[in-house]
Design a protein around this ligand. Structure first.
Ligand code: NAP
Length: 284
């Protein structure tokens, strides 16, 4: 039996990756700050490895990282953490930094990420930020090459506006962008204007980063009050409000096991439509 099938039954809250028949959990794990921010920090390595393993085992088997995080060390920690799982049971997302977007630099960055992650393919490879000083055509051609060679199963972008997303797609011949990872939370709903509707129409998954606004939403008394009805916390309501939309998934970062449990508990149920709409108005 296909192992993903077992996961589907186990998590029961999945999002479609682009238009293809590949599904990912509605909630994954963010890793910014795990193993350092812009520079490596080795002091908590064994703790972070255990935390990541714990989060994955709770059903958040998509891990978001980047070559930039911890100066590369975050990828090393993710690589170490996933060793205990069958490779096909975790979905690794990593990103090429904005200064590495020339054709050869993209290929080199991907190879370096593969080495640090200690894997033979990246599940989803993203362009971290657009860089107007490097032709996007060149970047996307390199991304497509990585896909063609099987080094990246799927490709996508991050922090791309609607215009940039359309342009990026226009340079791809054989594959398409399956994800745009952008900032989206109850306190930052800019994507709803034009990006989200376009992505919905085109079947591109929106991977929402900073979905808890760095923990601020977890302290919101209004969300806590609504959550009581469901036996859920403010953080769980904030995440559930995001994944209510069919093509939105979230990647909260948590280095605290209690937070991981709480975030995993935001999956597998949905707010009632009237509560969803009430919260939408409350934070409009
Ligand atoms: P976030 O997920 O909104 O917030 C993380 C903060 O919230 C941490 O301090 C965490 O604390 C806390 N937290 C997590 N779960 C909680 C809970 N249930 N209750 C209370 N507090 C909780 O912000 P983020 O880290 O900026 O975004 C998430 C991920 O998105 C990043 O880690 C990264 O992978 C990705 N990202 C991507 C980009 C991009 O340009 N593509 C930009 C920013 C972020 P503890 O760590 O102590 O548990």
């Amino acid at each position: 039996m296909n192992s993903k099938y077992i996961k589907i039954r186990k998590v029961n809250d999945l999002k479609r990756l682009g238009k293809i028949d590949v599904w990912v959990p509605a909630i994954g794990i963010g890793t910014w700050g795990i193993g350092g921010y812009s520079y490596p920090d080795y002091s908590l390595d064994s703790y972070y490895i255990e935390v990541l393993r714990y989060g994955i085992s709770l059903g958040m088997w998509l891990v978001d990282t980047a070559e930039y995080y911890g100066g590369g060390h975050t990828e090393e920690l993710v690589g170490e953490a996933i060793k205990v799982f069958p490779r096909e049971e975790v979905l690794i997302v990593t990103k090429v930094w904005g200064t590495h977007l020339r054709y050869d630099d993209v290929l080199k960055a991907a190879r370096n990420s593969l080495r640090r992650l200690n894997i033979s393919y990246i599940d989803l490879y993203l362009v971290h930020w657009p860089n107007p000083s490097i032709p996007l055509r060149e970047t996307m051609k390199a991304m497509e090459k990585l896909w063609y060679e099987g080094l990246a199963r799927f490709i996508g972008v991050s922090n791309f506006s609607l215009i940039e997303l359309k342009e990026a797609r226009s340079y791809l011949n054989k594959t398409d962008i399956v994800v745009n990872q952008v900032k989206y939370s109850l306190l930052d709903r800019r994507v709803e204007k034009d990006l989200l509707p376009y992505m919905e129409k085109e079947g591109i998954l929106l991977m929402a980063y900073t979905p808890l606004e760095k923990g601020v939403l977890a302290k919101d008394p209004r969300l806590a009050e609504i959550g009581k009805k469901y036996g859920k916390t403010a953080a769980q309501v904030a995440l559930n409000w995001l994944i209510y939309k069919e093509n939105v998934m979230v990647i909260p970062k948590a280095a605290n096991k209690k937070h991981l449990e709480e975030n995993a508990g935001a999956m597998g149920w949905r707010l009632a439509r009237e509560d969803y709409e009430y919260i939408s108005r409350l934070f409009s």
